[in-house]
Ligand binder design. Structure first.
Ligand code: FE
Ligand code: FE
Ligand code: ZN
Length: 261
């Protein structure tokens, strides 16, 4: 993964800890980890962002679903200790018919059960589009989870540009206003990473369909504003656009060309 990232001009990357649809993770080879860490240092690769599988629901209604999420979560956080100091990003989940309050309670329980004293990873809650009964489409929900969690000091937020726009935060016309709201509700010091995705759908649509950079309703200008914003420009940016490697290489080059030194 490190070699591929360098090849396409990246200096950060996001990866799945296991099959994104869930299931068992490959055993970790400590030699491979050692080689990676050396390579990352030589090549100047920065913060890694591990993404939890899409299919886990940390606030699932069904006990089996919930237990699976909690096992995955705990196992992932243990594995992350092989590469200390990085980020683990997850979708807060869908409360199904339990209601937001119950959902938040379950998410906090999931976090408290999987996180541990002395852990070196920061766990990031991803801002969501608010599709269906998804939690995390409102900054208030994220703030509530963080404030109730036991390992509060090891929690942060990953802002997904497609998701927030879908959720009704107008980063196209009022990026400053959205960041002010984020700061007021969550606190900008919690913002650790950005997912850069354009959106196939219009503002506030709650659909969560990613588009290539500049090809959707956000437009290239919005990404220029995001990557150069004084409060965001030093954060790591990750692409989750519908692309293959070659497409990612082009998007990275495009974004770099718009980044003002
Ligand atoms: Fe995600
Ligand atoms: Fe995302
Ligand atoms: Zn998404």
């Amino acid at each position: 993964m490190g070699k591929t990232a360098v090849k396409i001009g990246a200096n950060v990357f996001q990866f799945f800890t296991r099959n994104p649809r869930g299931g068992a993770a490959k055993a970790i080879d400590p030699e491979d980890v050692k080689a990676f860490r050396l390579f990352a240092e030589e090549e100047g690769l920065c913060t890694l962002l591990a993404h939890a599988p899409y299919t886990i629901n940390p606030c699932g209604a069904d006990e089996r679903v919930l237990n699976f999420a909690r096992e995955c979560f705990a196992d992932d956080l243990d594995r992350m200790e092989y590469t200390p100091g990085n980020y683990y990003n997850f979708h807060p989940g869908s409360h199904v018919k339990q209601g937001v309050e119950k959902g938040i309670e379950l998410i906090v329980e999931t976090l408290d059960g999987a996180m541990f004293d002395g852990m070196k990873t920061t766990v990031l809650l991803e801002t969501m589009a608010g599709k269906g009964t998804e939690i995390g489409g409102k900054f208030e929900e994220i703030a509530e989870i963080i404030s109730r969690a036991k390992y509060n000091d090891k929690l942060g937020v990953c802002l997904d540009t497609c998701h927030v726009y879908d959720a009704g935060y107008d980063i196209v016309n009022d990026l400053d206003g959205v960041l002010e709201e984020f700061d007021r509700v969550i606190g900008l010091e919690r913002l650790k990473a950005i997912h850069l995705n354009d959106s196939k759908n219009p503002f506030g649509s709650h659909k969560d369909r990613h588009e290539v950079i500049g090809g959707g309703s956000l437009g290239l200008k919005t990404f220029e504003n995001v990557i150069n914003h004084e409060k965001l420009r030093d954060l790591p940016f990750y692409l989750e656009t519908p692309n293959e490697l070659e497409g990612y290489a082009k998007e990275i080059a495009l974004l770099k060309s718009r980044y003002r030194d």
